[in-house]
Write a protein that binds this ligand. Structure first.
Ligand SMILES: [Zn+2]
Length: 307
């Protein structure tokens, strides 16, 4: 659905661009936003009001749009899929030079959490308050096998590439894309062993960074996906959902992934690793949305004022 009335652009403020639905096709995930598209214009025009400055000491949050009872708007951490442990798979697929037939997600996530702590980037992750037969309650951790299946699914690959290209824009690199896709396919062949025991990662996170694990409340009602490129800002997710009276947003602070790679791979010679990690992170984010939603959510891009 196109927004037919956009207020006159104020070039000194970040811009919100509506990209339409995630897909015109039906994705495998259960979450649907049908019926909420009518509120797109309202969300586009007011989105900026829901973005606040991050507190660099605040724990990293997941993109999950559900209510966090302990969230304090003055101390919000940036949002990335799966929080800090979620970066581990992007590292494995995009950067790691080890043989892909070795290693476990838990081991990779432990190294990632330790790197966060060394670099002064407060790690974080979450559970939820629903009864979990199997899993911790974070779709970006519990569903990792489904995420990898979605990323390498031949029926979804066109959609996947289109969205990754849109989000990475001029940074998109076909060779990096294909390399990460190939690494995903190789890892998928042993995904049962690789992801075994991944639920333990939140206990580990709690031990290494006490107080870093949140417990989100209620059911998923995400109707929007916001990819935020305005450095140092993040979505006040509780207030957004409360004001809208239900619909939530997946908020991905893509600027944070760029900040993380700069810290993880700081040398000029690391340029390729930085680009590959960003590709893997965005590719896994899109695949996560494929595993969690039916493709009907509305996508918004939030760009810096001077872009
Ligand atoms: Zn999560």
């Amino acid at each position: 659905m196109l927004v037919d009335h956009v207020p006159d652009a104020d070039l000194s403020r970040p811009r919100t661009i509506a990209l339409g639905r995630l897909s015109d096709k039906s994705w495998p995930g259960p979450l649907s936003a049908d019926g909420v598209a009518a509120r797109l214009g309202e969300v586009v025009s007011s989105l900026d009001d829901y973005y606040v400055s991050v507190d660099p000491r605040a724990k990293t949050r997941c993109i999950d749009g559900r209510h966090d009872p302990e969230l304090d708007e003055a101390n919000l951490g940036p949002q990335v899929p799966g929080g800090a442990p979620g970066s581990a798979l992007a590292y494995r697929l995009g950067v790691d030079k080890d043989d892909l037939t070795r290693g476990t997600f838990t081991g990779d996530a432990e190294l990632m959490i330790e790197a966060y702590v060394r670099l002064g980037l407060s790690p974080g992750g979450h559970r939820d308050d629903l009864d979990q037969a199997d899993g911790v309650g974070c779709g970006a951790i519990d569903g990792l096998r489904a995420v990898l299946d979605c990323m390498t699914n031949p029926h979804l690959v066109e959609d996947h590439k289109r969205l990754v290209k849109t989000i990475l824009d001029t940074d998109f690199n076909r060779d990096h894309y294909l390399r990460v896709m190939g690494a995903g396919l190789v890892l998928q062949s042993r995904s049962v062993a690789y992801f075994h025991g991944r639920g333990e990662i939140l206990d580990l996170l709690e031990r290494k960074a006490p107080g870093s694990v949140s417990v989100l409340r209620g059911r998923h009602c995400e109707a929007f996906v916001v990819v935020n490129l305005v450095e140092g800002t993040t979505l006040s997710s509780n207030r957004f959902a409360a004001d809208l009276g239900g619909p939530q947003a997946f908020g991905y602070d893509l600027w944070r992934s760029r900040q993380l790679v700069q810290a993880l791979f700081p040398l000029p010679s690391h340029e390729v690793d930085r680009a590959r990690f960003i590709h893997a992170r965005v590719m896994l984010t899109i695949a996560t949305l494929m595993a969690l939603t039916d493709g009907s959510l509305q996508v918004l891009l939030r760009l810096p004022a001077d872009s």
